[in-house]
Each structure stands twice: as C-alpha cells, then as structure tokens.
Design a protein around this ligand. Structure first.
Ligand SMILES: Nc1ncnc2c1ncn2[C@@H]1O[C@H](COP(=O)(O)OP(=O)(O)OP(=O)(O)O)[C@@H](O)[C@H]1O
Length: 711
C-alpha cells in the first residue's frame, strides 16, 4: 500500500494519548480526496480521518534502518522516527548514545554502565568519529583531534533538561581529556582539573525534586593544552548561582550539599568549634523536610570535598575558615527576630540571642552592631540621617539577604581560588577546549525568578543550536551551490524578544525596580497591559485563575511563573551597614570577601528606583548583569567619580550614550562586569545581546573626549 501513490510503504505513525506515537499498518492505498485511511492497529482496524493530503500521518522508516546509530541516515526524520529509533537503541541494543550528525543524543540510563573505563578511553583514542559507535568519548576525541590537527579552539555544549545527565557527561569529557592529554601517570594538572568537580558540586549542587545532584549554577570550563596536546591548565566561569536556595528550599528539596556535609561532620574534633547540630535544627537546612539523600553519605562526601581542596593547594586552616563562614550562615538563619510586644510592626533581635552570638563569633564581628543593623536601617531625610527600626518582615528579609550575599561572595571567592590553582602561564597555552554545562530547562509546580533566568538561558542555547545546525549549515549549502530541500525549523527568536527585547519582560522588570513604589503585582499587570492588551504576543499568556502569574510559551514547554519575589531577586539588595560590619571582621577571609563591596558602597549610587541618590544599597540588577552597554562600561573602568558633580556628569553621559546605542546592545564580558561593579554600581537597563560586537559600535570621538575632559 502507499501514501500519495509515490512511495511504497506500509507503516505510518499516529498520535496516541498514552504512548505519544503508535505505529499502524496501512491496509489501503491512499489517493488525494480520500477522507479516511484504513489502518491496522494492535487492537483492531480503524478509519483514520484525513482532511487533506497535508494531514497524512508521518511515514515509518524501512525495517532495515531500525536502530541506526545516526539519526540523519533515516529516510524519514520526524518526531516519531527519532523517538522510535532512540527507544529501539536503548531497549534492544542497550545503547544510550545516538548521533544526529555532529550532535550526540544521550539518554540517561540511571544505572552504572560499564562503558567508561580506561580501556574504553583507549579504544576511542585516535579514532575517527564516523568509525566508532556513538559515545561521549568520541565527541571528546573529535574535539581533541580537531584542536590538534586544525589548531582550532573547540567547544562542547551540553544541553538538556534538568536531570538529563549534563554534568555527568561534562565530567566524562574532562576525564577523557585528563587521560589523553596527560601522561600515563596522572600529573598534578589533570588531577587538579578533575578535583574541581567535587568542590563545585558541594557548593553549587543541591537536591531538587528532579535531580538529587542538580547543578544550581552554570559552568563553562576551558581546558588549556600545550604544544604537544598535553593539559596545562584550566579556567572556569560560573553563571548565576541560585542564591535563594541558601535561605529557602521547596518541599522535598535541600540546600547546597556542603551544609549537610558540615552538619554530618559535627562530631569531628576539629569541627566542634563550629557549634553545628543536625540539619533538622537549622532553619536554612530543614525547610524541604528531607535531610538525607538515599545512597549518599554526607560525612564521606565532606572528606571528598576536603581532599579535593587539598589537591588544589588549599591548606587545612584555610579550609576551616571556609567552613566557619558556611556554619555562620546556618546560625544566622536561626537568629530569632521577634515582634516588639508594645508595637507590633517593629522588631528587635535579642542581643543575647544564642545563634546571633555564634554567628558573630564565627565571623569575627561585633555582636551588638550586628544586632542593631539586622533590624534597623539608616534613612536620609532632608539632609538628616535617621535610624529607623524595621518591621518583622523587613528584618527577616534583611537577614536572608545577608545570608545569600555571604554565600554568593564565598562561592565567587572559591571559584577565583580554584582558577588560581588551575592557572597556567598564558604563553604556554596553545589551544583550549571549552565545555559548557549550563542548568537545564526547568518547570516545577511553582516557578519563580530562578526558573525564569534558567529557561531564558536555555532559550538562548536553543537558538545557538538552531543557528549552528540549521542556519549556518544551510548557508554553506547555498555558498557551495548544492541542491537540497530547505529545512524548516522552529525559530525561537520571538520568545527571546519577548524576554529580552524593548518593553520585554526584563526591560519592564528593571523599570519596575527603579520605581519608588514598584511591586511584583504592578509589574505583572504592566506585562498583561503590554503583551496581552496593547500588543498581544504569541508567546505570552495570563493564567485564567490568577492575577499574579504569567505564562511563557518556551521552545521546550509552557511555563507558568509566579510574580512574587521577582523584584527583590532582580535587585539583589544588601544594606551597606551590614556589609561594613563584615568588612571590619577580625577574620582575614571575611574582610577580604567584602572589600570589593566596601569600595562599591562608598560610591554614591544613582538609584532611579527611589528617584533619589541612595548610598545604602547595592543595586546592579541581576537582569542587567546579563547584558550591558560595553562602551559605557569600558569608559567607566577608566574613571571613578569622586563627588556628586562627577556622578551627575557620569549619569548624563550614560544617558547620552544609551540614546546613541539604542538597539545596538552587547553582552557584558564578566571581567568588565567586575570592573563596573567596583567602579560604579549604577543600574543599567536591560538590553538584548545581538550579533553586534562592541568593537564595531561607533561612538563619536567628540563625545568621548568631552566626557573624559569633564570627568
Ligand atoms: N551516563 C550516565 N550513566 C549513569 N548515570 C547517569 C548518567 N548520566 C546521568 N546519570 C544519573 O543521572 C543523575 C543526574 O544527572 P546530572 O546531574 O548529570 O543531570 P543534569 O542534566 O546535569 O541536571 P541539572 O540540570 O539538574 O544539573 C546523575 O546523578 C546520575 O545518577
């Protein structure tokens, strides 16, 4: 029988509510105009309705192609063909890997497979990708060989939803490079590169409902190779750590592993001074209700973390410094903030609070000062400085913001420390292979700012994939004048524009953050006005039963986000008084962690949000960290404002340049971000990164000169 009378075939795929797709035997030829197809399913014959020839079900592939190791060799490549082929390979051939051209598709086996030993690495070493069964090692080998043969830097991008196996795959590629780029005996460099994994997992991974060891940050590691293809160092960049987890965990989730590791080690002699208890006694570790991950042992995991720190050259006393700060965060979470009985809206924290005392001692800071500034804030009113008690909720938020901030600073410090241990002389690095392991697409029952940022990153990654696999490939066909049928693919630019474009979700969020009375609710209503009423956007919806949530139709799924907390998380604010106390800490490490912050806070911050100058809060929004005007940043790095006049000049300059650069944005390189934070923590508006590079942006010399002269 045949469909359309042109091709002999007797199997088609039809949609099924349970199995997604089922195959069916075609019992009659189809000719245009037929209203039904007569199909044989496992449970009998059916008349499958077809409106027109474009409604015909997808055709099955010939039996001979079943289980092919490269999806691009299939005669028909569509969703049911892909799923069926992956299933056959997984179930019948016990193979978790399949190629799709240059892409390797991996299915998480959730089982220890004997396919990653040294002998398998040896088997893949030096072999061509096309000659070998699909494997993560063959992708690593291809990158390694191309780097050496063509002297070209390489990147491996690992993407997939949460729990799909990205981090495990990234670790296998690193192990592969450590073996092929090392000597027979592991040298210290490879050992150090591999040792960074347990450390990053301890401080950046946590149990979520999807994955017991979920990475809560993005990671890009560049492994540097010397002339002979030997590993000589590495450098890591991290992206957007989920700091909210430090103070809050959803049901059945945990905080970062390191906290439980420390609690589990509380009986060790050297750990007693940390005054730790079981995790169920700490507010910051018990909220998820599940303290233990089956089949893991937090105590032995801490040993692994400590030995990795030692491999990376961190001395035991410095490790203890880290553990002291981490333990202090747990004690901070237990600080008792109470409503004052006479006046309910004001609160105080008892100076003899046991947890506050331990927290202050561990961090080497003054307890009375901490008690004061955890529940009071300084206000400038008509030139006068007033001290005002906070409400209970404000004080709890200030405490949590401090905990998140300390953890975030410590995380960044550890990454810097690891990079110094993995660092090599630039001149020696001949080439590198980058491995990007970024958080996977997420959708939970309740999604917030973190999921929004993660899904946005995945949307960008998908676009990169589309560009690479379809767009650039087809451009090459055009250049080479090859005949082929243009492949249609789902371009996700519309969804990306909704998030990052002008009047997009980030744009309106940053604007709301600058409003004196901005709130999550008013932001979400502005979204409804803009993207439902004024100009309905195909990727934006409002849930029928809620006035405080919005839905984005992502490439991977529809996700409903609750607006609560978006503004706070985007502002990422900490009060300066608390930072100053930490800066004055007797602990060298604590003081060092906040030195940068001190510099930032001493610079007056042009807060558009309050409509006035604000000196007390750090306000570079998270959204605006993702992208920024690089020219402004470059010029700012040359310049530190010293007075109010300077600041006004700077703000005017920024506004002028923003006008000039409208629609020509540029993603801010991380090192410049550090510079701008240090020099001038002004809130930059969110602008989408495009293909344009900063170097190509032309700023009139007259403007630059006039600015520099005035500055
Ligand atoms: N190749 C594999 N072999 C055996 N088990 C695997 C493999 N890949 C993944 N797993 C299992 O799946 C779990 C989740 O994998 P992984 O942490 O790599 O997911 P992920 O995609 O990085 O998730 P997230 O985005 O949440 O960080 C691992 O802890 C491991 O138990």
């Amino acid at each position: 029988c045949s469909l359309g009378g042109t091709r002999e075939c007797d199997v088609v795929w039809i949609p099924d509510p349970d199995a997604v797709w089922v195959s069916a035997q075609l019992l009659e030829d189809y000719s245009p105009g037929h209203k039904h197809l007569l199909l044989q399913l496992s449970d009998g014959n059916v008349h499958y309705p077809v409106g027109s020839s474009s409604d015909l079900p997808p055709l099955g592939n010939p039996d001979i192609l079943e289980g092919e190791n490269d999806l691009t060799t299939l005669t028909f490549l569509h969703e049911p063909a892909v799923l069926h082929n992956l299933r056959v390979r997984f179930l019948d051939y016990s193979s978790i890997y399949t190629y799709c051209g240059i892409v390797l598709v991996a299915i998480n086996p959730y089982d220890q497979l004997p396919i990653y030993g040294e002998e398998v690495i040896d088997a893949y070493c030096g072999q061509d990708m096309a000659d070998m069964e699909p494997h993560i090692f063959s992708v690593a080998e291809e990158a390694y060989r191309t780097m050496i043969r063509e002297e070209k830097k390489q990147s491996i991008i690992i993407s997939g939803e949460s729990g799909s196996g990205k981090t495990v795959s990234a670790k296998f590629t690193m192990r592969y490079f450590a073996v092929v780029g090392g000597t027979a005996q592991q040298t210290r460099v490879e050992e150090r590169v591999l040792a960074s994994n347990p450390i990053m997992e301890s401080i950046g991974n946590a149990k979520t409902i999807r994955n017991d060891n979920s990475s809560r940050f993005g990671k890009y590691i560049e492994i540097g190779f010397g002339r002979k293809g030997d590993i000589i160092g590495a450098n890591m960049r991290t992206y957007l750590l989920e700091k909210s987890r430090v103070v809050f965990q959803a049901s059945a989730e945990r905080n970062y592993h390191i906290f439980y590791q420390l609690c589990a080690s509380r009986e060790l002699l050297e750990m007693r001074s940390l005054r730790l208890d079981a995790p169920e006694h700490f507010h910051y570790t018990k909220q998820g209700g599940e303290m233990q991950i089956p089949a893991t042992d937090d105590l032995s995991d801490l040993e692994r973390t400590r030995s990795a720190f030692s491999i990376l050259g961190m001395q035991p006393d410095q490790q203890m410094e880290l553990f002291r700060i981490l333990s202090a965060i747990l004690h901070l979470g237990n600080v008792n903030i109470q409503a004052r009985s006479t006046h309910e809206s004001f609160i105080f924290s008892q100076a003899d609070d046991h947890s506050l005392a331990i927290f202050s001692k561990l961090l080497g800071v003054e307890r009375p000062q901490m008690a004061q500034w955890l529940c009071h804030r300084r206000l400038a009113v008509r030139g006068e400085i007033l001290v005002k008690p906070m409400s209970g909720q404000q004080a709890a938020e200030a405490r949590d913001a401090l905990a998140k901030h300390i953890y975030g600073q410590l995380f960044t410090w550890i990454v810097h420390r690891l990079n110094s241990a993995l660092h090599t002389q630039r001149g020696q690095v001949k080439s590198f292979i980058g491995v990007l392991d970024i958080y996977g697409f997420e959708t939970f029952d309740r999604n917030s700012f973190e999921q929004f940022c993660i899904n946005y990153a995945n949307e960008k990654l998908q676009q990169q994939f589309n560009r690479h696999v379809f767009h650039l490939e087809q451009e090459e066909y055009i250049r080479e004048e090859l005949a082929w049928n243009r492949i249609k693919f789902n371009d996700n630019q519309q969804c990306i524009s909704l998030i990052e474009g002008q009047l997009g979700l980030f744009d309106l969020l940053d604007e709301e953050c600058r409003m004196p009375k901005g709130s999550d609710e008013s932001w979400v209503h502005k979204l409804y006005d803009q993207h439902l009423t004024s100009k309905p956007h195909p990727h934006f919806q409002k849930p029928r039963m809620s006035n405080s949530a919005f839905i984005v139709l992502h490439f991977a799924d529809m996700v409903q986000y609750e607006c609560h907390g978006f503004l706070d998380k985007n502002r990422d604010t900490v009060f300066e008084e608390l930072i100053n106390i930490l800066k004055a800490s007797q602990s060298e490490l604590v003081a060092e962690l906040f030195q940068e912050q001190g510099k930032v806070s001493s610079v007056t911050n042009g807060s558009v949000r309050s409509g006035k100058r604000a000196t007390r809060e750090h306000k570079l929004t998270v959204g605006s960290q993702v992208s920024c005007y690089s020219w402004i940043v470059k010029i700012l790095t040359l310049y530190t404002p010293h007075s109010d006049t300077d600041e006004r000049v700077t703000l005017n300059f920024i506004r002028t340049v923003q006008g000039l650069l409208k629609g020509r944005p540029y993603a801010l390189p991380p090192q410049l971000l550090m510079d701008v934070r240090r020099v001038f923590p002004v809130t930059f508006p969110y602008v989408p990164p495009t293909v344009l590079h900063a170097e190509k942006l032309v700023i009139p010399d007259s403007l630059k000169i006039s600015f520099l002269r005035r500055a």
